[in-house]
Design a protein around this ligand. Structure first.
Ligand code: MSP
Length: 516
């Protein structure tokens, strides 16, 4: 079986994640589930990034020790990942003893082989980003990443010789067009970072305590990004001697899924670190766009934050998953609002999907007491519909291969739309009036059930709970792909999958709940 190792970025254990931070785990989950469906041996890793000055400050402000603080937040993040029904295989934490020990050994190895050296640093420091900047990098005197105030700092630090690997990395990126995706992000990295030339990276801090200590100089804490990035290898059996069999099985990762803001860390610093460790590079780093709230960045101060758990309580998990997976474009930012969410639930989930399943099963119950066989009374108008069913797999794969999730979902919904159209064309209720057409009626319903069954197979990665409900109503566990000639359906009673929501009533309810 071909292996597939997929990771998300590990989330900062600094605050409860909002719906934007939750997008990535849902996206990764859809990809992981899809790969399992296609027969891959999948390993899906996520987790929390728990060290650093910002977290230390937050913990003290909350009257907790950093460890207590990250224990609570990490638990909360995992709870939300579970509410979203995500099927990760491992939830890692950078405070795990094993991870900390391996990071310390990696740091030592890189120091011993001369890739890391001690020097003095002077520059502008941004605490929230935990980054040093030079005069020319500042934008209007502020941090170029987050726009916040910076302070002048000078400290003794360890540095990583990035420049030594620059040409090798450039060549790798140029000869592996699939490595950085989407394409625009690759050009950004080449033009903004590699072409101007890489500076050596400051990889230790002395201004705070909460982190992994440099093993041979305990004044220093390992830079949080070195600590965080290595999670991708420390948790699958890597060690400085080369790692165990599990490591050899899973590494290199097939996909690092990360947000567009941290693509630089994953396509410049991380590959260089791996080159220094003499390890192969991940096959692909995909920088996904961001989810905005009414086209604005979500933030506590703007009061425009939505949380996944609240949304799931209001709309059910698959409605939220559907919105995230279908509405965020592949390469440009997406937006979320209650109105848009309700609109989508009504138009796609209730009308197209829910209605189709409900009326098909209701007709099969009414005309055949729920038992439907293929009577093979085929007509030429069926061909187009059968073709939709039989091409579904390749149509979905075409988009999934490029991680165009929204377009892959469109292919499934096109099949559902074709099913609704097929009902309008064949008019089962008219066939039911003529006893001589009973076998034709059974055939039509059988084709519809096959259309629904195949759609449910491919909905599983995106809407796992709904897919399961459909299979239950279909009364079958057969997940073989494509049109099957001789299933004997014994259906359950229809149960609505998604209710149509009254926009005004819902919005009123949401306003009220905000007041409480
Ligand atoms: N801890 C680092 C990642 C280290 S990976 C070795 C980090 N954490 S984060 O909590 O700030 O972000 C986690 C992920 O969520 C990142 O990939 C980030 O891009 C993503 N997102 C944060 N806000 C987002 C949206 N509003 N929309 C979509 N993704 C968002 O960065």
């Amino acid at each position: 079986m071909e292996k597939y190792y997929i990771t998300t970025a590990i989330a900062y254990a600094s605050a409860k994640p909002h719906i934007g931070n939750t997008y990535e785990i849902v996206l990764a989950d859809a990809i992981a589930r899809y790969k399992r469906l296609k027969g891959f041996d999948v390993y899906f890793q996520t987790g929390t990034d728990e060290h650093g000055e910002k977290i230390e400050q937050k913990a003290f402000a909350a009257g907790k020790t950093p460890q207590e603080y990250v224990d609570d937040i990490s638990k909360e993040i995992q709870r939300i990942w579970d509410i979203m029904n995500t099927s990760y295989d491992k939830f890692v934490r950078t405070t795990d003893v094993n991870h900390k020990e391996i990071v310390a050994r990696i740091f030592q190895k890189l120091y011993q082989q001369g890739d890391i050296y001690l020097d003095k640093y002077e520059g502008w420091y941004c605490t929230p980003c935990e980054s040093f900047w030079t005069d020319t990098q500042l934008v209007d005197g502020k941090c170029p990443d987050c726009g916040r105030e910076v302070e002048k700092k000078s400290e003794e630090s360890y540095f990583f010789r990035m420049s030594k690997y620059q040409d090798r990395l450039m060549e790798y990126i140029e000869t592996h067009p699939e490595f950085i995706q989407p394409e625009a992000r690759k050009n950004e990295m080449i033009n903004n970072f590699l072409k101007p030339g890489l500076q050596d990276l400051c990889v230790s801090r002395t201004s705070f305590d909460w982190g992994i200590r440099v093993p041979f100089n305990d004044k220093h804490i390992v830079y949080v990004w070195i600590d965080a990035l290595t999670n991708y290898i420390t948790n699958i059996g890597y060690d400085v001697d080369g790692g165990n069999e599990t490591f050899k099985k899973w590494w290199p990762a097939d996909l690092h899924l990360v947000g567009k803001d941290i693509i630089r860390f994953h396509t410049i610093y991380w590959p260089i670190l791996l080159m220094a460790l003499d390890l192969p590079l991940p096959k692909q780093v995909f920088g996904h766009p961001w989810l905005l709230m009414n086209s604005d960045k979500m933030s506590k101060s703007k009061g425009n934050i939505m949380y996944a758990d609240d949304l799931v309580e209001l709309f059910a998990v698959d409605a939220v998953r559907y919105y995230l997976l279908h509405e965020i474009p592949f390469a440009s930012d997406g937006t979320i609002s209650y109105e848009l969410l309700i609109e989508r639930i009504n138009s796609d989930l209730a009308n197209i999907l829910g209605n189709l399943v409900n009326r098909t099963i209701a007709m099969a119950q009414k005309y055949f007491a729920g038992e439907v066989l293929n009577e093979n009374v085929k007509e030429s108008l069926d061909d187009e519909y059968l073709m939709m069913i039989n091409t579904l797999e390749t149509r979905v794969e075409k988009h999934m291969a490029k991680l165009e999730i929204g377009l892959a979902i469109d292919e499934i919904f096109d099949t559902l739309r074709a099913s609704n159209k097929y009902i309008d064309e064949t008019m089962p209720w008219a066939l039911a009036k003529d006893e001589n057409l009973k076998k034709r009626l059974a055939t039509v319903l059988y084709y519809l059930l096959e259309g629904i069954r195949n759609s449910a197979i491919f909905l599983e990665p995106f809407l796992p709970e709904t897919s399961e409900k459909i299979f239950k109503q279909l009364g079958t566990t057969n997940k073989n792909i494509g049109f099957l000639r001789d299933l004997s359906y014994k259906l359950m009673d229809p149960e609505p999958l998604f209710m149509r929501l009254d926009m005004n009533k819902m919005l009123e309810q949401i306003e009220k709940s905000k007041e409480n």
